[in-house]
Design a protein around this ligand. Sequence first.
Ligand code: PEP
Length: 254
Amino acid sequence: MNKDRKLIIAGNWKMNKTVAEALDLVNGLKMELATVKEVDVVVCPPFTALDGVSKAVIGTNIKLGAQTMSEYGFGAYTGEIAAGMLKEFSVRYVILGHSERRQIFGETDALVAKKALAVHAASLKPIVCVGETLAEREAGQTEAVVGTQLKGSLVGLTPEQMEETILAYEPVWAIGTGKTATTQQAQEVHAFIRARLAAQFGETVAKRVRVQYGGSVKPANARELMGQPDVDGALVGGASLEVRSFADIVKNSI
Ligand code: PEP
């Protein structure tokens, strides 16, 4: 595929997989994806499986991500995980502001922005998620909602940091529902996001930022979605939990 930006496909395992199950999954992915160089492949296991998975991916092209991170460096923050702890397991990416974190755990744009700065301070790369609910889309508010989330979640980032940030457009109504945005719906919002980035950070930065699509991505729809001019990869939930489906999403995207 002829795009200047390298595709990045990340699997968000959410609160799934024991250590043994995680190792089965990543070992299967290693067999399937060992030769893939065209796509950045990232897996984001739960914290408890980072140690095992990080050892399993040594020497492969599969990179490691975390599903969230504290905005603080260390200290009395019960239950939280800091950047320095993630780096012990060679984590390179951190998903921030996933709609589940926003809706269930009350994460705000301001908090996501603080976390994004902490991720960059540790020389890791954030994957910042944005997306509208069904009610918001039906009310014609998609661009307003996504625009507000973008602005608020990227506050304080320098253009250099923005370039190293990955965005994920995830319409909330398409997450785990089997409903995928049409390629046209996805492309429209991705183009809008890039235009907003250009206005805030300049054309050059906007052209370099990779914007993933997320929401019921499957092997059958990956090729068409990834073929859109402003879609630069995928953030995959359900279909990342099985070797076959995640490997086929990656292979079908090339
Ligand atoms: C997600 O949760 O980021 C996601 C896209 O989930 P799914 O692929 O299951 O829709």
